[in-house]
Design a binder for this molecule. Structure first.
Ligand code: FPP
Length: 237
């Protein structure tokens, strides 16, 4: 019972998911299958992001966390990194009004300040503009690595006192979000790739065969339907 309470701050475990995270994988393979450049796969990936954010809002999710750029993604070829940055910028510019008018709060986890100054400026403008919204929180993981997040949280906890699971959890980038209920990875790969390792302790995981650019509301609904069928025991019986 204590673990369950630690996980869920003592509340009832909800039947439906409140917080869903997605490892958006398969953009490159989607493009390759069509003999298209990888950047086009990422571009179609942004359209899947749009559909999925809208579906998450419609379904009343409190938080949707998307793995958009990992600390390891810097090692991709320079033109791919710059294509991803360009897409990120265009996404914020094009979709910010939509977030603002639909009560979506934007949150970033990871060290986005390592990005170019114009990207940082755009992100900070978007964060400020949506800060007061209390509908769905769209959490975008940018320059994010889970081991780095845990190390930062542990050292912040240590500087304040005892290191305990609770004191570390309180310092994670996700501390203000509901517990992670469901983690989805697309493209058929079955690994966490340094994403939300701590938060996934009691999350359900669903690995789907669809490539990210083909993902949409029906896939999210299917994953949520499977989530509600699973019996979550949090280590109990
Ligand atoms: C994985 O596909 C995807 C990424 C590394 C980046 C995800 C980014 C987007 C969907 C676009 C930008 C996001 C936002 C929020 C605007 P991959 O390239 O690893 O595919 P592969 O494994 O098939 O090669």
């Amino acid at each position: 019972m204590s673990l369950l309470k630690a996980h869920d701050k003592g509340g009832e475990v909800p039947a439906g998911a409140r917080h869903v995270a997605i490892i958006m994988d398969g953009n490159g393979r989607w493009a390759k299958k069509r003999h298209m450049p990888r950047a086009l796969g990422h571009q179609r990936g942004v359209e899947a992001v749009r559909r999925t954010v809208k579906a998450a809002r419609d379904m009343g999710l409190q938080a949707l966390t998307l793995y958009a750029f990992s600390t390891e993604n810097w090692s991709r070829p320079e033109d791919e990194v710059s294509a991803l940055m360009g897409l990120m910028k265009r996404f914020i510019i094009a979709d910010l009004d939509e977030f603002a008018s639909n009560n979506v709060r934007l949150k970033i986890i990871g060290d986005y300040k390592a990005f170019a100054p114009d990207v940082v400026e755009l992100i900070e403008g978007a964060l400020a503009r949506t800060a007061g919204n209390d509908g769905t929180t769209l959490v975008v993981a940018l320059n994010y690595g889970s081991q780095d997040e845990i190390a930062r949280a542990a050292s912040a906890a240590a500087s304040k006192g005892a290191i305990t699971p609770e004191s570390i959890a309180a310092e994670l980038d996700t501390a203000d979000l509901p517990p992670l209920d469901l983690l989805i990875r697309t493209s058929g790969e079955v690994r966490l790739s340094n994403f939300l390792l701590w938060q996934a302790a009691y999350a359900e995981m669903i690995f789907m065969d669809v490539l990210w650019p083909d993902f949409g509301p029906a896939h999210l609904a299917e994953a949520l339907a499977e989530f509600t069928q699973r019996e979550r025991r949090y280590g109990g019986r």
